[in-house]
Design a protein around this ligand. Structure first.
Ligand code: SAH
Ligand code: SF4
Length: 415
């Protein structure tokens, strides 16, 4: 299998016009394991077996996690023969190439990553300067899958369908990429959110292994409390996580408190209805002591009426949860728009007056298509204009039915 050379353009600002170059002729994923997801003890054993001294493992670890080395060739403390041996067995980085687009006066970076089989995924790095009441934060929003099978109609990733699950190392390497871009500025990642492309709880084994690498003090070493896992409501996954009782923050993408509407907005709701999702999330909160946050995308005249707020209060009151209201970001294939700000504020006020903690979140990166729900890693094979038009018409019809309170057996996306 031919592999492309890894161009070292990570720090160069790309433009939408030059875009990521998709390497031709890559049939499958490079079979060599990505080093960032290899257990440190296993790696140490491999190095010993290859006849190298124990301190070489520390030198490799420095290169992997120190935030400076872009490629194995940069690990100059290692003898060439050892580097060659490692390269035959492993991948130093599972990301072949990263293109960066900058927005919000340099405070948001959209990174489009090319993987070994030509698949593209995105991560978004957001920097929040220090305020009087808060230290500076650098948060990276990472992807767990290429595309997503859930098919929420307001989400560009959902429109792609599922391309494939990401490997653990492909998830961790998005974090390393962001950390390497911060390091020259003397900054470190403070938070990692699984809110990029994909449904983390439908790729849970690999997501958990990635989170383990990120929190492992011998590897990336970030505290578990600084990691947020977001789900559209995969109940068995939430239950599995609850049994493990980690300190990750759980975010649940709710978007509607009543089943007929949530069936349309989050098609997974037909399998796991909203009450079951909230019960599972509450059990996670009880088991871990971590407050669950609920995400609610505000869509003009779809889920933003006083009745919707009342239903949300009835669902969440007394559960000690927190709601984030997110004005919907525009995506091409829907006729929907963000609710006007005064309606969002009124909705927030209803929740707060009922004792449900609520924040109105303003999204970053909209001008480069890097805001929540806009991640679709521009690529060939975008839906054609008639397909988009058909899809919009279907959505109008299904949401009208849902708003009348009718639950339908099958209204989800079909292309
Ligand atoms: N699949 C997971 C995590 C990735 S989506 C989930 O759904 O939770 C991350 C967040 O972006 C989710 O809360 C999702 O509902 C939100 N989102 C999707 N499309 C959006 C849009 N067009 N505008 C604003 N937020 C959106
Ligand atoms: Fe998938 Fe989340 Fe987008 Fe829904 S909102 S389609 S679950 S990525």
């Amino acid at each position: 299998m031919t592999r492309p050379e890894r161009p070292r353009n990570e720090d160069a600002a790309g433009t939408a016009a030059d875009g990521p170059r998709v390497a031709a002729g890559i049939a499958g994923i490079d079979p060599r394991p990505g080093l960032s997801a290899v257990d440190p003890e296993a790696l140490r054993a491999w190095i010993a077996e290859a006849g190298h001294a124990g301190y070489r493992a520390d030198q490799l670890s420095d290169a992997l996690w120190g935030g400076r080395a872009v490629a194995l060739a940069d690990a100059r403390t290692l003898p060439t023969s050892m580097r060659e041996g490692i390269d035959r067995a492993f991948r130093f980085d599972t990301i072949i190439e990263t293109d960066i687009q900058v927005a919000d006066e340099g405070r948001t970076e959209r990174a489009i990553h090319l993987l070994s089989d030509g698949v593209l995924v995105e991560s978004v790095l957001m920097s929040y300067p220090a305020r009087s009441d808060r230290r500076a934060r650098d948060t990276v929003c990472i992807s767990s899958q290429a595309g997503c099978a859930v098919g929420c109609p307001f989400c560009a990733t959902g429109e792609l369908g599922l391309e494939r699950d990401l490997e653990s190392a492909e998830i961790v390497d998005q974090v390393r990429s962001a950390a390497r871009r911060l390091a020259p500025h003397g900054r470190r990642l403070t938070n990692i959110v699984f809110m990029g492309m994909g449904e983390p709880f439908l790729n849970l084994d690999r997501v958990l292994a990635a989170a383990e690498a990120i929190t492992d003090p011998r590897r990336f070493g970030l505290g578990a409390r600084h990691i947020t896992l977001s789900t559209s409501g995969v109940v068995p996954g939430i239950r599995r996580l609850t049994d493990l009782a980690p300190q990750y923050t759980l975010a649940v993408s709710l978007h509607a408190a009543r089943d007929p509407l949530r069936d349309v907005l989050v098609p997974l709701n037909r399998r796991w209805p909203v009450a079951a999702v909230v019960d599972a999330a509450s059990d996670y909160q009880a088991a871990t002591g971590r407050r669950v946050s609920y995400e609610y995308v505000m869509i003009d005249r779809i889920n933003d009426a006083p009745d919707d707020a009342a239903a949300l209060v009835a669902l969440l009151r007394g559960r000690g949860a927190h709601v984030n209201l997110i004005p919907m970001n525009d995506v091409a294939h829907t006729p929907w728009r963000a609710s006007p700000m005064d309606r969002i504020e009124a909705f927030a006020m209803t929740l707060r007056l009922s004792g449900v903690g609520t924040t109105v979140r303003r999204n970053r990166g909209q001008e480069v298509g890097a805001a929540c729900g806009q991640l679709a890693a521009e690529r060939a094979g975008q839906p054609t204009a008639p397909a988009v038009a058909r899809r919009r018409a279907l959505l109008v019809e299904s949401s009208a039915r849902a708003l009348r309170g009718e639950r339908t057996a099958q209204t989800d996306r079909r292309r």
